[in-house]
Design a protein around this ligand. Structure first.
Ligand code: CUK
Ligand code: CUA
Length: 634
């Protein structure tokens, strides 16, 4: 969802109180209370009779968690790593943000990754996705979108560092992000959200009818954009199937309005399905155009009025659908969550096949169920027992419903598909059950990412933390087992089994992350693992030093005012966790050097005098003494 400023508005969305939104939940017993009740009262779940509270979510000091959780950091621009079920925050991975601890945005290595987009110090991350082999997490990468500056990043999970960032052309705001599941993640799909003129060079400023957006596909290996498809409407969220053939995205604003009332006008928006083999074939056959200066092949997928094109299928769903989530473990269905409609729409992928094969006339024939679940359905996740769990923003609830029963009800049978409801605190956005985006879905835990924490924690001023709650979903009744305050603003999260991630304890000396710096040293005839040398090259000075607790290999070096200085530090320590930092006082320079890592920074020595540098990571009993001087001649 949007910024904090938007939140107040969402709570009083016109239309939600209007007659065209059913006030009763289908499917029987409805635990919904009014909006104010949803926000200001909680605890109904605590008194709800359920199975006995299991203690197996407790992780004692010294014990390890069962899952890694990858959390978006929202407006912080980072990705966070949690341990589940303890909900302990294990690490923060800087991505689009500036990070003072690690030197992200300072070191040459991070600047190479940030590229031109590094001119921005902010990002807005929403949807972390871990790569797959055969629809199972393979631990290679985590991808993340930047809504703020239209980028997609890739994080290497062996070192938990960002290694590629791509700015997507021809669109504004990447929101949807999802991955190919089978046979493995070779494509990353990124949905542009805002509609703009194409190209956006000053034309059509006042003519929103000429504004469009596109779905983009990136090569997961190179992170280059390989194609784009123009669509009707604004793209919101997306997910792929379990065969590699399809990608579905929610589309709101089917009338392409530019004001809130205009965007909320239409009764129906769409889930748009992309026929991936047809698009890839068209690109291979050269059946595409390009936009402006961009060389990326662009295919026209507009045609909602006719139900779609050979590349796209527009399935009408009630107003402003938000989340799109494929049901594991076989991926037979995907669910579009209604947001402004109290319903979820269930689409069967096999029927999408039928539509593209010309066997169906009406795109709505792909819909197999449309259960009423409660107010403000945003996202849906799953267990391994045929149940779906949908977040209800306005009701502040997670509702558990059975997919097979919802299909029966849609076919006219009188069955109650609602299984359970639990109050969450408060105004939930995303939710994600353990391994629920993969074949290994295990139905144990569910993270509920609530946007408001209100009274759940000690007050910290007007700005409250979010509340990420952990729910035990292993029994018939859901049970909240943990409240987790988180800093602004996690949107999505996912859990990966601990054994599916394999990290390095120390760096390999040939790690590509600092390969360019190693190559530079080689050109200077420096052996990084041994040498401490100052190379003078005209107005440039390259200072190569080692670090080995508690010493820097060079404790003083002299340069002239105005010279461009590059400092390269190689950490010779081989003991896990013995990291050093390099901080040059009054120069805005601090960075990490972990065991066997090489890090570097380049700056202009513009201040004559003595400038101390020190090790900024506590590494040794003599850590305070680990320092040196840069002497700058006037
Ligand atoms: S979005 Cu924020 S709650 Cu960006 Cu996935 Cu739905
Ligand atoms: Cu090296 Cu502290």
């Amino acid at each position: 969802m949007g910024s904090r400023a938007n939140r107040g508005r969402i709570l009083i969305l016109p239309g939600l109180e209007s007659a065209n939104v059913p006030r009763r939940c289908g499917g029987g017993r409805c635990g919904r209370r009014g909006l104010a009740g949803g926000i200001f009262s909680g605890g109904a779940s605590a008194s709800r009779p359920g199975r006995p509270l299991e203690k197996d979510h407790h992780v004692a000091p010294g014990e390890l968690d069962t899952y890694y959780g990858f959390w978006s950091g929202g407006q912080s621009g980072e990705v966070r790593v949690f341990g589940i079920p303890s909900m302990r925050e294990l690490m923060r991975i800087p991505v689009f943000n500036f990070d003072s601890a690690t030197g992200w945005g300072i070191t040459n290595e991070s600047k190479r990754v940030l590229g031109e987009g590094g001119a921005f110090l902010n990002g807005d991350t929403h949807h972390p996705k871990v790569s797959y082999t055969d629809a199972r997490y393979d631990g290679r990468w985590c991808f993340i979108n930047d809504k703020a500056n239209t980028r997609v990043a890739r994080i290497r999970l062996d070192i938990m560092r960002t290694d590629k960032i791509t700015t997507i052309p021809n669109v504004q705001s990447i929101h949807a992000l999802t991955l190919q599941r089978v046979p493995k993640t070779e494509r990353v799909y990124a949905g542009g959200e805002m509609i703009i003129p194409l190209p956006n060079d000053g034309r059509h400023l006042e003519n929103p009818k000429e504004y469009w957006t596109l779905m983009s596909a990136l090569d997961a290996e190179t992170m280059e954009v390989v194609w784009q498809v123009i669509v009707d409407g604004n793209l919101d969220n997306a997910d792929t199937d379990y065969t590699g053939k399809y990608l579905a995205a929610s589309c709101y604003n089917s009338e392409r309005g530019v004001t809130l009332p205009e965007m909320m006008g239409p009764e129906r928006d769409w889930a748009v399905v992309f026929n991936l083999p047809a698009i890839e074939q068209a690109v291979r056959d050269g059946k595409y155009t390009t936009i402006g200066d961009s060389k990326v092949p662009v295919i026209d997928g507009r045609g909602a009025a006719q139900g779609g094109t050979e590349y796209t299928l527009y399935i009408p769903v009630p107003r402003s659908p938000h989340g799109i989530n494929t049901a594991p473990p076989d991926g037979k269905y995907f669910v579009a969550s209604g947001k402004l409609s109290p319903t979820c729409t269930v689409v069967e992928w096999a029927k999408v096949d039928d539509w593209f094969a010309g066997k169906l006339n009406d795109p709505r024939d792909t819909v197999v169920a449309e259960p009423e679940v409660g107010l403000g359905p945003l996202h849906t996740t799953y267990d391994n027992r045929g149940n779906a769990y949908t977040s209800l923003f306005l009701d502040s609830q997670v509702v558990k419903w059975n997919i097979a029963d919802a299909i029966r009800a849609y076919n006219g049978e009188s069955v109650n598909y609602i299984r359970d409801r639990v109050d969450v605190h408060y105004q939930i956005g995303h939710l994600k059950a353990s391994l629920a985006c993969s074949r290994d879905v295990d139905g144990k835990y569910l993270a509920a990412l609530s946007k408001f924490s209100k009274d759940r924690f000690l007050p910290v001023g007007p700005f409250h933390p979010e509340n990420d709650q952990l729910i035990d979903i292993s029994g018939d009744k859901m049970k909240i087992v943990h409240d987790g305050p988180t800093y602004a603003e996690p949107h999505d999260a996912l859990m990966v089994r601990a054994d599916q991630i394999r990290t390095k304890q120390i760096y390999d000396r040939d790690d590509p992350f600092f390969a360019e710096t190693v190559a530079m040293a080689k050109r200077d005839g420096v052996v990084l693992e041994r040498d401490n040398k100052v190379i003078r090259d005209g107005n440039k000075v390259r200072v190569y030093m080692t670090s080995l607790a508690p010493n820097f290999g060079i404790t003083d070096f002299k340069v002239k005012k105005g010279q461009e200085v590059t400092i390269v530090v190689t950490n010779l320590d081989e003991i896990e966790d013995v990291s050093h930092g390099f901080c040059l006082v009054n120069h805005g320079i601090n960075f990490e050097i972990h065991p066997q890592q090489t890090s570097s920074v380049t700056f202009v020595a513009d201040k004559p005098g003595v400038h101390w540098y020190y090790c900024s990571w506590f590494c040794h009993a003599l850590h305070m003494e680990m320092n040196g001087r840069m002497l700058v001649e006037a």
